[in-house]
Write a protein that binds this ligand. Structure first.
Ligand SMILES: NC(=O)c1ccc[n+]([C@@H]2O[C@H](COP(=O)([O-])OP(=O)(O)OC[C@H]3O[C@@H](n4cnc5c(N)ncnc54)[C@H](OP(=O)(O)O)[C@@H]3O)[C@@H](O)[C@H]2O)c1
Length: 288
């Protein structure tokens, strides 16, 4: 495969930073973006171009940034929508503006960045869009509603987008990681809404303690995950000679939880088949 130009959002830590290192080490060109340039200057030293990009900014600002990014190497071949954060709390404790803020980054930000790049991809009749979703795009854990809701929303948006654009030679890859060791659950990045309601207090605190315990003890190795994603995009390594699927879970926990949900859903459909399929209008002849 020829040398690719990648644009990655949220490169100050975690998956984003690892993406830039691995993209460069495969000989591709990387444009690393972050809310604060001082957090990605070390990636510039490694050879990446760097740009400031806060995905919650307006569509106009994001369009300008993407235009600047395209101008650096004359094109972009792959965009990785990676930036996100986690807001955790009970439905009754989370204020609507906190939910909107969660969606601003994880959904509307992805929407705006992708809208900015799509005309470029359509014009060139090529491009790969990578979306970092989550196991939380399949399973809504208690007290993780805002984050799970944002990733479920992302899954639906991206599924439609993939179908709308595949005819233009644009590939879409929706990645669903389980728990990987990054700064996602670190005190600086995680937003926990503590419960003010006695009924939820104990379970909400147990959830917050569990998330804190999970910080940087997650089982997933981010380097291994990113290597697989690069293989899937470049159709080499583990993806050599294979049809690359649209949706790709990553991690043993993702495999187990998604598998369980598929089995439960199939069981539900079989168990309730006659009731579920009984709601069409009776045929005209039967009505007469
Ligand atoms: N780690 C996991 O277990 C896991 C599991 C499933 C899915 N994921 C997904 O993986 C992706 C990367 O997360 P991570 O695990 O690598 O966590 P991370 O280390 O916390 O990285 C998240 C990145 O997003 C950036 N970001 C947050 N808000 C932003 C905004 N408004 N504009 C631009 N950048 C912003 C952060 O930058 P700042 O430094 O500016 O805050 C940071 O660089 C996310 O989509 C996450 O949902 C992670």
């Amino acid at each position: 495969m020829p040398q690719l130009v990648w644009l990655v959002t949220g490169c100050s830590s975690g998956f984003g930073e690892v993406f830039i290192r691995q993209i460069l080490s495969r000989g591709d060109l990387a444009i690393a973006t972050a809310r604060r340039l001082d957090k990605i200057q070390h990636l510039q030293k490694l050879g990446a171009a760097i740009l400031e990009l806060d995905v919650t900014h307006s569509q106009e600002v994001i369009n300008d940034t993407v235009a600047k990014a395209i101008a650096i190497y004359g094109r972009i071949d792959v965009v990785v929508n990676n930036a996100a954060h986690v807001t955790s709390g009970a439905w009754e404790d989370v204020e609507c503006d906190q939910l909107v803020s969660q969606f601003d980054t994880n959904v509307f930000g992805v929407f705006k960045v992708t809208r900015a790049i799509l005309p470029h991809f359509r014009e060139r009749r090529s491009g790969v869009m990578v979306f970092i979703s989550s196991l939380s795009g399949w399973h809504g854990h208690a007290f993780i509603g805002p984050y799970a809701g944002s990733k479920f929303a992302l899954e639906g948006l991206v599924e439609s987008l993939g179908r709308e654009t595949e005819g233009f030679g644009i590939r879409t890859l929706l990645v669903e990681p389980g728990r990987f060791r990054t700064l996602l659950l670190s005190p600086s990045n995680l937003r926990v809404v503590p419960s003010k309601i006695p009924d939820y207090a104990e379970a909400s605190k147990a959830n917050a303690d569990g998330l804190a315990k999970g910080d940087r003890t997650q089982p997933g190795d981010t380097e291994k995950a990113v290597k697989i994603i690069l293989d899937l995009v470049r159709k080499e390594g583990c993806a050599q000679g294979k049809e690359v699927p649209f949706r790709f879970p990553l991690g043993r926990d993702a495999y187990e939880t998604i598998g369980e949900k598929c089995k439960e859903t199939l069981h539900l459909l079989e168990d309730w088949h006659d009731v579920i399929t009984s709601t069409d209008f009776d045929s005209d002849s039967a009505q007469k």
